[in-house]
Write a protein that binds this ligand. Structure first.
Ligand code: ADP
Length: 378
């Protein structure tokens, strides 16, 4: 079975077999034609010789010469027929091999022209079929990238619309003297331009992340240190809103392999969201654990809040770009729905995983992610 499969899937063997086939067919035709034609030719030449010279003593020599002449005639006739048959078989084989390659060539030209839906037929399992399959996989990947690019442009245009419409309306109001030229009006414009600025920054990061081009500077980092710096950055905002921030990070955790600044950004995003979606009086807890008891391979970090929670329908989508659970509320606070998408890309680029959990609306949410433990050289 195995031998049969690998035999069938080797183009070299197929070519060899095809040539062998040509030789066999040629020889077979030669033999058959010689066999069919020999008696007639031989008899014809012996009779002609007897008619011309009778039973001469030189008969033996004449017989030999005529026999050789007969053989030459046979071979030339059968040689021509065999060559014609071999030509037919080899053209058929070449057509079978060249055909799929030609269709690959024309399909790749159409793809180069921008038609990413182009696919070729995959027949069999040999190298040409594998090439056709790889070609189709490549075409699908290009198609998906192009779709993502178009979606991204569409999403971005949509995101730009709201702040731009607001700024235009304010400016028209100012020009028509409908709006007062006071601090409040200018702060409104400033808020919208800040949103545009933030969107531009996030888009730059997102496009790099989606292209898989996040440059990481990995170094061993202490989990406690990353958490301490995150708390330092957001602690003030927590106390301003009267949301308690608890830290539960044991000292004996192994170092993780992390780009300190980027993981800090992930924490700031998760802690910022937790603060935003938790009412005053709520509690947010940061935890870090090494799940495996013996040789820990990862450290799991989590940010749990007692806030508004996320419904099961939304929880699967919060990492999608531009996804906001409550559009108006999140947008009003400046959120564009990109933060978690970038956080997920950053964690995955580290070789970690990220997930969101919530028992439901008003039951709080927990975002957790893992980072691989740093390999220490002894
Ligand atoms: P945004 O910038 O809008 O906050 P994110 O990508 O950070 O974008 O979050 C996506 C959406 O996920 C948010 O708009 C919000 O609806 C929801 N979300 C994120 N974190 C929380 C949380 N801790 N509690 C409830 N909902 C959350």
């Amino acid at each position: 079975m195995m031998i049969g499969d690998s035999f069938r899937s080797r183009l070299g063997w197929k070519l060899f077999l095809s040539h062998l086939l040509i030789v066999l067919v040629g020889s077979l035709v030669l033999g058959v034609v010689a066999y069919l034609h020999a008696p007639t030719a031989f008899t014809h030449h012996v009779l002609r010789m007897q008619m011309e010279i009778g039973t001469d003593p030189a008969l033996e020599t004449g017989l030999r010469a005529n026999f050789l002449a007969a053989i030459r005639e046979i071979l030339s006739v059968s040689g021509v027929v065999a060559a014609a048959a071999a030509l037919l078989v080899s053209s058929f084989v070449a057509w079978r091999i060249v055909g799929p390659i030609r269709s690959l060539t024309s399909a790749s030209k159409r793809i180069a022209g921008g038609d990413y839906r182009e696919r070729v037929e995959v027949a069999g399992t040999d190298e040409i079929a594998q090439l056709a399959q790889s070609f189709n996989d490549m075409a699908s990947a290009l198609d998906a990238t192009e779709k993502r690019r178009m979606e991204l442009i569409g999403d971005l245009a949509h995101e730009l619309k709201t702040p731009l419409t607001t700024i235009r309306a304010i400016m028209e109001g100012l020009a028509d003297n409908v709006l007062p030229a006071d601090t409040e009006t200018f702060l409104d414009v400033q808020r919208e331009t800040r949103r545009l600025q933030r969107l531009a920054d996030e888009m730059r990061e997102l496009s790099a992340a989606e292209a898989g081009a996040i440059a990481l500077e990995l170094a061993p980092a202490k989990p406690g240190e990353i958490v301490r710096r995150s708390v330092e950055r957001l602690g003030r905002q927590y106390s301003d809103k009267n949301v308690e921030l608890h830290v539960d990070v044991p000292d004996n955790l192994p170092d993780v392999a992390a780009d300190h600044e980027r993981i800090l950004q992930v924490f700031i995003n998760l802690l910022g969201n937790a603060l935003q979606y938790t009412a005053p009086g709520g509690v947010v807890t940061i935890r870090a654990r090494a799940p495996s008891r013996h040789i820990p391979r990862v450290v799991r970090f989590s940010v749990a809040d007692t806030g508004i929670g996320i419904s099961p329908d939304d929880i699967t989508r919060v990492f999608e770009r531009f996804y906001r659970v409550e559009k108006s509320r999140s947008r009003a606070s400046g959120g564009s729905g990109i933060g978690l998408t970038i956080a997920a890309h950053v964690v995955r680029a580290h070789g970690g995983t990220i997930q969101a959990e919530s028992a439901g609306l008003d039951k709080g949410s927990t975002f957790s992610f893992t980072l691989p433990v740093a390999v220490t050289r002894s």
